[in-house]
Design a protein around this ligand. Structure first.
Ligand SMILES: C[S@@+](CC[C@H](N)C(=O)[O-])C[C@H]1O[C@@H](n2cnc3c(N)ncnc32)[C@H](O)[C@@H]1O
Length: 238
């Protein structure tokens, strides 16, 4: 895929090739460069609607493919889709009942943007953090994780968290990204496993920001990055 595919080019290409959205080319691009998915991997796709990544995943692996989204997703043959919030315990329980080994997690989830830059960035980083926690909970040691995030304030919090949990971490901007957007993908290869994760050890201390629902406060020793995210989201919501 080359730079000849401009914004409309990717849109037209997706229509011609039967993908539901131009986002398909982002995952194809990532796979070509980083080989994150192998032919028998079980994969979970966080924020999967309308389903173009599911279509690509179905082409790449014969393993289980499970997609989760807040919105219903038209069915993709051979993939299971769940409607709900991937950050909730209810969804975690469903996933536990469906799959034993998760080799790869991909996350293209993004919150609805309000247009207020600092608020949107805080929510986006908060959601990336939730996705990272999901990966730490479900990924098999040695597994791979593709995480959409947005460069700007607090991006380093996510990057640090990825570096603490994966042996190889790269930041990649796909050619299919919209011009001017700060969207990037963080590619985490070879998950270290929950036992070696600093974040997991510090789990009780860590203050989480729920970007889509109520906020959950833990204790005073929250890591400073999350504390700042919470302050930004709180001040906007008051
Ligand atoms: C850019 S779209 C994903 C496109 C998808 N990769 C594709 O190829 O069709 C982002 C999606 O993330 C979903 N999303 C955002 N937060 C979520 C959450 N907490 N749980 C589940 N889905 C979420 C949104 O509903 C939206 O459909």
């Amino acid at each position: 895929m080359g730079s000849q595919w401009g914004r409309d080019g990717f849109y037209r290409k997706a229509r011609t090739e039967g993908y539901r959205s131009r986002a398909a080319y982002k995952l194809l691009d990532i796979q070509k460069r980083f080989e994150v998915i192998r032919a028998d991997d079980n994969v979970i796709d966080l924020g999967c609607a309308p389903g173009s990544w599911l279509q690509v995943l179905r082409e790449l692996t014969d393993g289980q493919v499970i997609g989760i989204d807040l919105n219903p997703v038209p069915s993709v043959e051979g993939a299971v889709t769940l409607v709900g919030d991937f950050t909730t315990e209810v969804m975690h329980d469903k996933i536990r009942s469906m799959v034993d080994v998760v080799n790869v997690i991909v996350c293209d989830a993004a919150p609805k943007f309000s247009g207020t830059k600092s608020y949107d960035q805080a929510r986006a980083i908060g959601l990336s953090e939730e996705a990272c926690d999901f990966a730490i909970t479900f990924l098999k040691p040695g597994g791979n994780f593709v995480l959409k995030s947005f460069q700007g304030d607090m991006f380093d919090v996510i990057l640090d968290k990825m570096r603490k949990n994966f042996h190889g971490v790269k930041v990649y901007r796909s050619k299919a990204a919209r011009k001017g957007s700060t969207e990037v993908y963080i590619i985490g290869k070879k998950f270290m496993g929950p036992q070696s994760s600093d974040d997991t050890d510090a789990g009780e201390k860590n203050l989480k920001v729920k970007v889509l629902g109520k906020k959950v406060e833990k204790d005073e020793d929250a890591e400073s990055g999350s504390r700042i995210i919470r302050r930004i989201v709180d001040s906007h919501e008051k």
